[in-house]
Write a protein that binds this ligand. Structure first.
Ligand SMILES: [Zn+2]
Length: 327
């Protein structure tokens, strides 16, 4: 029997003996979504059907590897816990985990990566009330108050339109799973044709399989020449690998765009603040919705704890010593 160890990504719920988003192999783990910094090859994995499909592909799981599929809002029992997946609004299949101790009745919400509000490719997040909130807080700084999403999307569409009007083909750099498909859907819904780098296209097939149609999309294999009349979507590090015989306009979409230097770091013509993570205001809104007695932020700016304390919120750092005492 494996022991719980090397849990980089928090955290262990002792009554149910389940590790949350651990990246190393565990006897039993919950995977909130299939981004590689949240996945591990566990003996038994709890996750949504969409996350299972993408994990099996990305992690090259053996068919014998065990998954227990969770449907949103349908509780399952594990040891002394009742576990329920809630939509997280981050990417296809992303889920928060709501855990209830059957002994004490205490509740905990673990968000994983999440985003409030509507998305064209992910189920909208639903935040239940819980006693303990373990919250991913990537943008836990007031510097990251993103403009309204409709405004950013309007600017993206205008940038793409202008590029074509000026005989430039738009090339958008975006992460292969999640952001790429969301941008694709936004573009095709607005009448643009899209070409995706093949690693992105392969992931897009899982969206189609799970009934999220992305519209008019073709694939571009390494070394092939891109179509002039399509918006090309490539992973951020792939610039040298595609070929174009025409002028291009490079665009990056990330919440980090709120920081002045990001455009230069990514070496793109245009950068826009579109994110699949909750911004600062959404993090505060999540606490308001959840009404927890205590908040444990993970993966954010260390200053976030102080910001919350200043607002009178009971907030604590989570570490190995506390992670097994959350209930
Ligand atoms: Zn993620």
């Amino acid at each position: 029997m494996l022991q719980y160890n090397n849990i980089r990504h928090f955290c262990l719920l002792p009554e149910g003996a389940i590790a949350l988003d651990a990246t190393s192999c565990q006897p039993c783990g919950f995977i909130s979504h299939a981004h590689s910094d949240h996945t591990g090859k566990h003996e038994l994995t709890y996750c949504t059907a969409e996350t299972e499909s993408i994990c099996r592909y990305r992690m090259k799981c053996k068919p014998t590897q065990q998954f227990r599929v969770m449907e949103y809002f349908k509780p399952v029992t594990l040891g002394g816990l009742e576990l329920t997946a809630y939509p997280a609004g981050h990417c296809l299949g992303s889920a928060m985990l709501f855990a209830k101790s059957l002994a004490s009745g205490k509740t905990l919400l673990y968000t994983g990566d999440f985003k409030l509000g509507k998305s064209v490719t992910a189920a909208e997040a639903v935040v239940p009330k819980a006693d303990v909130l373990v919250m991913e807080s990537t943008y836990g700084s007031p510097d990251y108050q993103l403009p309204p999403r409709e405004q950013v999307i309007a600017e993206l569409l205008e940038t793409v339109r202008d590029a074509f009007a000026n005989d430039r083909s738009p090339v958008i750099a975006a992460y292969a799973f999640g952001k790429s498909q969301e941008i694709t859907k936004i573009l095709t819904d607005n009448g643009f044709k899209v070409q995706q780098y093949d690693t992105i296209y392969k992931i897009s097939q899982f969206y189609e399989q799970h009934n999220v149609s992305l519209g008019d999309v073709t694939t571009l294999k390494k070394g092939e020449c891109a179509d002039e009349d399509r918006v090309l979507i490539v992973p951020p590090a792939s610039h040298p690998y595609y070929i174009t015989h025409h002028k291009i306009e490079t665009i990056m979409l990330t919440g980090w765009a709120m920081h002045e230097s990001t455009k230069y770091r990514y070496e793109v013509d245009k950068i826009l603040p579109l994110s699949d993570h909750a911004d600062y205001n959404e993090l505060l809104k999540t606490i308001e919705l959840c009404e927890p007695n205590v908040v444990y932020p993970v993966h954010g700016s260390p200053d976030f704890v102080e910001h919350l304390q200043d607002k009178g919120i009971n907030v604590m750092h989570i570490d190995r010593a506390t992670q097994s005492m959350l209930f």
